[in-house]
Design a protein around this ligand. Sequence first.
Ligand code: AMP
Length: 396
Amino acid sequence: MKTLNDFNFENKKALIRVDFNVPLDSDFKVTDNTRIKSAKPSIIKILEDGGSCILMSHLGRPEGNEDKFSLKHIVDTVEDILGVEVHFASDCVGEAASNAANKLQPGQILLLENLRFHKEEKAGDEAFAKELASLGDIYVNDAFGTAHRSHASTSVIAQFFPDNKCFGYLLEQEIKNIEKVMQTGERPICAILGGAKVSSKITIIDNILDKIDHLIIGGGMTFTFVKALGGKIGNSLVEDDKLELAKEILEKAKAKNVEVHLPVDAVIADAFSNDAHTNTCEVDNIPDGWMGLDVGPNTEELFAQVVLKSKTILWNGPLGVFEMPNFAKGTIALGYAIADATENGAFSLVGGGDSVAAVKQFGFEEKVSYVSTGGGAMLESLEGKTLPGIAAILKN
Ligand code: AMP
């Protein structure tokens, strides 16, 4: 696996696929700069070697050339974070790009306009990828957030750099941290899966059952399992067409000696609202007209015990409707337990969508071992898929 440290970038132009798909407010100000900060170590290494950086990224989902999705809006933020002047090319291919790239001197940075202003990017067009490739000497992929896409700049382009392609530090770190859970994790290994639906997590469950010792299930998908086991779930979220599947998962887990931990109690509400009346009851005895929106206090304790005895912890998906303060307690309690376990020496990885949002919102970001930067890419890695962006770098 070739990484940045395998190259000296002196007098070389590094063409780096970064993930600068950052959220902007109505004044085009960046509201969360995590992704830009994450790319900084790779960029600095290249500049310190005496090389230059050509940064390429997408932003949002433009239909053609839409000004509101222009990467020019983020130039100031990128400059502030990197502490280096950032030149901007008004297109990612054509004369604007090649002129700017040709002029680039060691120590300088060029940001190309949004790749998705050209439909060829998402189509994985080879000629477009070749034109992009002509801008740089070494191709670096540091965009984990798009590594599951087979786009021109994320995977197709790599073929034009047979000997001069590598992972950036961020992508390298993401790969290694997933390996730490999926391949080399110290046991006992515990996976916590929450979120809304079992149907969106089934491939992950299938893939990880061979690798873990404990499976904690929370969130909305709890009730499909509880109903499958004959419990009363009131009006809780349920996927009736997945009841058999839920039973099969439990049987498979048993056969593989994985201990499954389902909630024992729930915080229930008489409406899907933070202002609803609430109560607590056993998870399999929810009255009609009420729905489970969070795990209850006994479950918090039970889950914390499992987490605290684990040496490797993977967390994907909140335990309740954490966006509403009245149903966030279970998710917060789990965050504390994972933080404690991490302090005691466990390795904890949080990844995939809403659990990352919860970890950030409740301030656990610094207290877990690693928070993944890629939603879909993380989920597909957990499903056991080889990501095209990673495969393209590994291919000889
Ligand atoms: P996912 O994208 O599948 O990880 O689901 C995340 C969503 O699941 C969040 O928006 C939560 O509000 C939601 N969620 C968690 N627990 C429940 C629950 N008990 N009932 C309904 N939705 C839930």
